[in-house]
Structure formats: C-alpha cells, structure tokens
Design a protein around this ligand. Sequence first.
Ligand code: C5P
Length: 240
Amino acid sequence: MKQPLIIALDFSSINDVQQFLMPFQQESLFVKVGMELFYKEGLSIISALKEQNHQIFLDLKLHDIPNTVKQGMKSLASLEVDLVNVHAAGGMNMMQAAVEGLDLGTAAGKKRPDCIAVTQLTSTSDEMLKEQQLITHSMQEVVTHYAALAKKSGLDGVVCSTHEVPSIRKAAGEDFLTVTPGIRMGTDSVDDQVRVATPQLAREYGSSAIVVGRSITKAKDPLKAYYEMLQQWKGERITR
Ligand code: C5P
C-alpha cells in the first residue's frame, strides 16, 4: 500500500456504484466495500470492481469467537481482496485466528490480504468510552494498547483516527499500517463521525492511508472532490 486514498463505496446497490464510478473511468482506485453494499450484492460487487482494476478494502469488521473468525477469513481470502479487518476488542486469540484463516484461504502464489484491526470507531467519543464502555483509560491509551495487541497478534495494522497515529507509530513502528477514516475538508459536515481530521493533518501525522466516504460520494462533483482531497493528502499539485 502506498499512501492510498480509499473511497468508501457506501451505496446500497451495484447500479449506484457504477453510476458513481462513471467519471472515474480513467482512474485506478482503492475502494472500500462495507456491509451495506456487500450484504446486498455479495460476490458480484467484488468481481465487478476487480474487473475495473480497483484495489479493494472489504470492510466487514469481523468480531466473533476465534474459530468462527478463522473460518470466515478463510472464505474472505478466496475473494482475493487487498485488505480486510476485524475488531481488536475480539482479543489476541481472535486476531491470531484471523491471520491463520487468511493464510489458509490464500491460494498458492497469491498475496494474502492485509489484515487490520479496528481500535475504537471514529464515531466513538471520549464520553462514550467512559459512560457506555466503562473504560477509564484515555482514548489514546486504549487505541495504542489495541494497536500493540494487534501487532503482537501478527496483524498488519489498525484502523484508528488521525489523532492517534503518532502514538501508534511510536509504539508499533513505521511499517505498521494506520488506516484513518473520519476524514473531512474543513468546511464539510462531520455527520455521525466524532474524531475527524483533514487530509492534510492525516499526512502530517503520518497516516498510511485515509478512508473518505461522504465528502466524496455526496459531493456535487465527486471527481473534483476526490482530486481536492488527493491533493491535500499527497501535499502536491495533482493534474487531472
Ligand atoms: O462518510 P465517511 O467518510 O464518514 O465514511 C467513513 C467510512 O469509514 C464508513 O464506511 C465507515 O464504515 C468506515 N469506518 C469508520 N470508522 C472506523 C472504521 C470504518 O468510519 N473506525
């Protein structure tokens, strides 16, 4: 993965996706397929996106007992997507089982999908952590601890907010992936996200990849919004 901007395809049908992707025909994108789209369209959306040469983050956030996650990941590996994820709250045995499942399901000669762990959702606030999860440590401590567990379990990185990237980098090293959603341009609506940041801050803090949904998918001109985001993210002028 080389500093990608991952577009979250949070649509409910393959038709909506194809319509959205129409202006991007010249682009080879890194896209994220989440629950809404995958539960509706299943394997057909994965093959359609692969045919268009897009890289795929299949964001299903597995969180179950280790054996179930292992078998689930074995099945997902056979889809030959690039990136998958689990919830770190499932524990180290579960995370190790996820990697084992991916290894088992990856065909000989193919690259196993990278696997990252969701630390705390970017829609979770400090108050929610304390009042709803009864966690008294700070968000930073919790997320950094989860990142260390994910690394020990053999995962390739974590999903976290931009604000936690520097301490995760310190704890887990430069090669450990930090994939950051909750990305907004200064003027965009925050929606249901809480721990948000601009693409520029994500670059300055050293995120490995940013995930952008509504700021692009709901923009009047999605291609223009994509290029504006990309430019801020890469910190260089990008000509179309
Ligand atoms: O529209 P928006 O840019 O907020 O979309 C962010 C995307 O990233 C959504 O698809 C959401 O499911 C996903 N995500 C997130 N926070 C996480 C993990 C995934 O927002 N911790």
